[in-house]
Design a protein around this ligand. Structure first.
Ligand SMILES: Nc1nc2c(ncn2[C@@H]2O[C@H](COP(=O)(O)OP(=O)(O)O)[C@@H](O)[C@H]2O)c(=O)[nH]1
Ligand SMILES: [Mg+2]
Ligand SMILES: [Zn+2]
Length: 267
């Protein structure tokens, strides 16, 4: 079973309950567990991925953002970006412009200035949302501000890990109301996008996708292949170099994971 699974239960004579059936999963978040050489389902029946960055302190980790967006695309989760701590900056970081241009919603928030909080509450209502982002961007603070009573532990930026700090290691579902859940899946920012052949990783990047269809080879990985339309677009500045580098980094990780899965037979 995975966090978020829907089940049928049967009440027993002593008043306790027994799970009789796990209902089919709709959208799952899986990661490749290399040691076990198979995908591990982290959470099921998810709707959307909310990726939190801070306007500053810390400045946005764009590679992490690209990875999380790709994970969302491949797992069929609707992603959007929350830019928190807008009270600490004069404007949204310009490097986020490319994401709004790609069609991803960027929602500015600030807890002390009370910006965007009701819009965010509305966006989360009635859905199961995976909340992801670097440490210190304000994920716990946002949930506490939106849903008083949750009382999640808030840490200071730069606080050392593992010194009596609450560190969750397995996925959990935080119930907000009967229809609203927040899935906490630690480590999601390190997920290697899997569950598909690595040659479709380009499809998880909406800026590469329009060109990928024109490559000479159907299984082009857009690295050095002859007739690669993505490389041609890069040459013509039609694709952002940094986004392409994020793609390449993920491609390499996915290839390593795939090789490990293929060569390991006794795990
Ligand atoms: N100025 C400012 N600080 C914030 C905001 N949101 C969170 N913080 C601070 O950022 C730090 C990290 O917050 P936390 O919720 O623990 O981040 P998490 O690691 O993503 O859960 C704490 O010191 C918060 O008080 C905000 O909107 N503005
Ligand atoms: Mg936290
Ligand atoms: Zn190509």
């Amino acid at each position: 079973m995975a966090v978020g699974d829907r089940v049928e239960i049967e009440e027993l004579d002593d008043g306790s309950c027994r799970i009789t059936r796990v209902l089919p999963r709709e959208r799952v978040l899986s990661r490749r567990a290399m040691a076990r050489r198979r995908d591990q389902i982290m959470a099921a029946n998810l709707d959307q991925l909310a990726i939190v960055v801070a306007a500053t302190r810390p400045s946005p980790d764009l590679h992490m953002l690209d990875r999380l967006l790709a994970v969302a695309e491949l797992n069929d989760l609707d992603p959007f970006i929350i830019c928190n701590k807008t009270d600490l900056a004069d404007s949204l970081p310009p490097e986020l412009d490319i994401y709004s241009g790609l069609g991803y919603d960027v929602l500015p928030t600030s807890i002390p200035a009370s910006v965007g909080l009701s819009a965010l509450r509305e966006r989360l209502g009635g859905r199961t949302t995976v909340l992801a982002g670097a440490s210190g961007v304000g994920k716990s603070s946002l949930l506490n501000a939106l849903f008083p009573g949750l009382d999640l532990r808030v840490g200071d930026v730069g606080e050392r890990k593992g010194r009596g700090r609450h560190t969750t290691t397995s996925a959990q579902l935080i119930p907000i109301d009967d229809e609203t859940f927040i899935a906490d899946t630690p480590g999601i920012q390190h997920f290697v996008p899997t569950g598909v052949g690595v040659d479709v990783l380009g499809g998880a990047f909406p800026d590469l996708r329009p060109f990928a269809g024109d490559c000479r080879f159907g299984d082009c990985r857009h690295r050095a292949e002859p007739g690669c339309a993505v490389l041609a677009a890069l040459e013509d500045d039609l694709v952002d170099q940094r986004r392409y580098e994020s793609y390449l980094a993920l491609l390499e990780e996915a290839e390593v994971a795939e090789d490990a899965a293929r060569t390991g037979g006794n795990g």
